[in-house]
Design a protein around this ligand. Structure first.
Ligand SMILES: Cc1cc2nc3c(=O)[nH]c(=O)nc-3n(C[C@H](O)[C@H](O)[C@H](O)COP(=O)(O)O)c2cc1C
Length: 236
């Protein structure tokens, strides 16, 4: 499939963030793309993603072609050294009973007093949402100089690409974690290497119901600027 480059804003004036961008042939080409429409589209897509928990995700799930597009989006994540330190394991319906047993077993290991109803609730979680994937990160694969934090960032970018693609296709999605991710039974079921860790599940499906969107933090609350002679000051 042809890759259509997203238009890049040209450098505008000294002092702007883009002012240090190289003024090469590519930069002059993109200078001819004045439209803000792509940025508005990107903002609309990013802002329309919200967590839709698996219990609120129903059929139909993505088609095979849509799922391939979602999975392919992960490959566009930044990846220092091209290690591909993450992978995803699909859990189709016929494999859900085995996962359900792992969830119940993990609960009973943590809490031997758990009731049969609680064990059944744990099992039921494996059967929610049409598409279920486990995200796995390898702490060692490839170059040992690339530490776990960088690998996790790359995995997070890959996952976000997938969530945004699913959102663009009109599906709801969620990430879920939980103590079962570290259970020996889950590690065995997914055949994890000793260097791998299960990071979270990704659920994708049709939105059955949704909560009100949450208020997002203002960028000024999490951005500061290093200023000469003044140190780090709030805002930007
Ligand atoms: C790695 C990861 C694991 C998560 N696990 C859970 C979970 O187990 N249960 C849950 O309700 N939400 C889980 N979430 C979703 C967050 O709760 C959710 O993103 C947050 O409430 C913000 O909602 P939003 O995605 O709509 O902005 C997880 C998010 C991340 C990034």
């Amino acid at each position: 499939m042809a890759v259509i480059p997203w238009p890049v804003k040209p450098a505008r004036h000294p002092g702007s963030v883009a002012a240090s961008a190289p003024r090469d042939a590519a930069a002059s080409r993109v200078a001819a793309a004045p439209s803000d429409e792509p940025a508005a589209m990107a903002a609309a897509l990013i802002q329309s993603r919200q967590t839709i928990l698996p219990k609120r995700l129903g059929a139909p799930g993505p088609t095979g072609a849509e799922l391939a597009q979602i999975l392919g989006a992960a490959a566009h994540a930044p990846d220092h050294g091209q290690l591909v330190p993450w992978r995803f394991v699909l859990v189709p319906a016929p494999a859900r009973p085995a996962l359900a047993e792992v969830f119940a077993q993990a609960l009973l290991e943590r809490d031997p007093e758990a009731s049969p109803e609680q064990a059944e609730q744990a099992r039921e979680k494996a059967h929610r949402s049409p598409v279920l994937l486990l995200a796995v990160v390898d702490a060692q694969r490839g170059d040992p100089e690339v530490d776990l934090a960088e690998r996790m960032v790359s995995a997070g970018c890959a996952v976000q690409n997938m969530l945004l693609m699913a959102t663009a296709q009109g599906y709801g999605s969620a990430l879920t974690s939980g103590k079962a991710l570290k259970a020996a039974g889950l590690r065995a079921l997914f055949q994890l290497l000793p260097s791998e860790q299960a990071v979270c599940f990704i659920s994708i499906g049709t939105v059955v119901s949704r909560k009100a969107v949450r208020v997002r933090p203002a960028a000024s609350s999490y951005v500061s600027t290093l200023q000469p002679g003044r140190g780090v000051v709030p805002g930007f």
